[in-house]
Design a binder for this molecule. Structure first.
Ligand code: PLP
Length: 373
């Protein structure tokens, strides 16, 4: 059987990794400033993370959500404390798209409405239709795939004020748009949509799949604006490579048996991986590191004349280049052995491990000095 050929691949096969570094089959060493789409939060193969997963595998690898699993409770308690959302409830699933599906479904259940407001250039995942094709009225109603979605311009207060009305089930917005090119919602804009949602009884869903887990220097990007969403979705950095996602759910939203469900969500290994990530973030003060190194990088990046704009918070950074430097990302990889990300048409995205060191950050600046001057 052949692989379904949907990914454009770099001709590089990493076989070993440590911290911010990758080694390929031929032993060539690469600096990883992308972390596989913001997934590597505490660094590759962190010893505490590896130990915890090995220990758990020796005990029990999997059962199901039909039995008690105190690791899920340990995780929700720790996540509540570190994020400041101690009074919220946690539903565990396996990916960012699934977290958003569950959040949208909850919004439909709670409000009985179907209209969703999202924003231009947003990215929330790639699922569609599984619930609609499920023949179980308890799970499906009132949710179905017949949602109507309206896309509004980000940061357009007037458009949002008009559109968020009493037929809206949910407004879904990224803490910082990632795939859309590191676009930041203004604090005043977030405050406005939070207020409008309250007024009309719609739920506010903050997608922190890419921007969460300490990446911006706060646990969640929206915490810079002081709002409290009804639902917060997480994945990517949560498991440092172990597939796991979750929805943080406001205390007013009451669960009923069978309301949500999943086979793999909250399994032992996912919980242990996620707990280890939180322990390392806390012990190694990685949020403070993300803030300090992010500020340092952005200040230095702004000194390059060729760079037209730098946007971001903490270690979620995008910088724009004019047409003539379209090959920069490829040159960084082939000449300097540095992995970065992109957003079309001309943004380079930096999403390294939150344990990045200053000397590693400087390697990018040195490479840019060679490439852009
Ligand atoms: N939400 C955001 C903001 C994302 O950036 C992504 C993935 O890039 C997703 C959701 C989907 O996550 P997953 O690929 O884990 O389904």
């Amino acid at each position: 059987m052949k692989l379904f050929d949907v990914y454009p691949l770099f001709p590089i096969e990493p076989v070993k990794a440590q911290g911010s570094w990758l080694w390929d089959k031929e032993g060539k060493k690469y600096l990883d400033l992308y972390g596989g789409h913001a997934v590597i939060s505490i660094g590759h193969s962190h010893p505490h993370y590896v130990d915890e997963l090995k220990k758990q595998l020796d005990k029990i690898g999997f059962y199901s959500n039909s039995v008690q699993n105190s690791l899920q409770e340990n995780l929700s308690e720790k996540l509540g404390k570190i994020s400041g959302y101690t009074d919220y409830q946690l539903f565990l699933c396996n990916s960012g798209a699934e977290a958003n599906e569950n959040a949208l479904k909850l919004a439909s259940f709670v409000t009985g409405r179907k209209k969703i407001i999202a924003f231009k250039k947003s990215f929330h995942g790639r699922t569609s239709g599984a619930v609609a094709a499920t023949d179980n009225p308890k799970i499906v109603a009132p949710f179905n795939a017949g949602h109507s979605i309206e896309f509004l311009p980000l940061n357009d207060a007037e458009a949002s004020s008009q559109a968020i009305s009493s037929d809206v089930a949910a407004v879904i917005i990224e803490g910082i748009q990632g795939v859309g090119g590191i676009q930041l919602p203004d604090s005043t804009f977030l405050q406005l949509i939070a207020k409008k949602c309250k007024e009309v009884g719609a739920l506010l869903i903050l997608d922190e799949v890419q921007s969460g887990y300490g990446r911006t220097g706060k646990f969640f990007a929206h915490q810079f604006s002081g709002i409290k969403p009804d639902l917060i979705t997480v994945a990517k950095g949560m498991g440092n490579g172990f597939p796991v996602g979750g929805v943080l759910i406001a205390p007013e939203i009451k669960p009923w048996s069978g309301m949500l469900g999943t086979t793999f969500g909250g399994n032992y290994l996912a919980c242990v991986a996620s707990l280890a990530v939180l322990e390392v973030i806390e012990k190694e003060k990685l949020m403070a590191n993300a803030e300090a190194l992010g500020n340092y990088w952005m200040e230095k990046l702004r000194e390059f004349k060729a760079i037209t704009q730098v946007r971001g918070k903490g270690l979620m950074i995008g910088f724009d280049l004019p047409e003539e430097f379209v090959g920069l990302r490829k040159n960084l990889l082939t000449t300097h052995r540095i992995f970065t990300g992109e957003a079309k048409p001309n943004t380079v995205r930096l999403l390294p491990s939150l344990a990045l060191k200053k000397e590693e950050a400087d390697l990018l600046l040195n490479a840019l000095t060679t490439e852009l001057n």
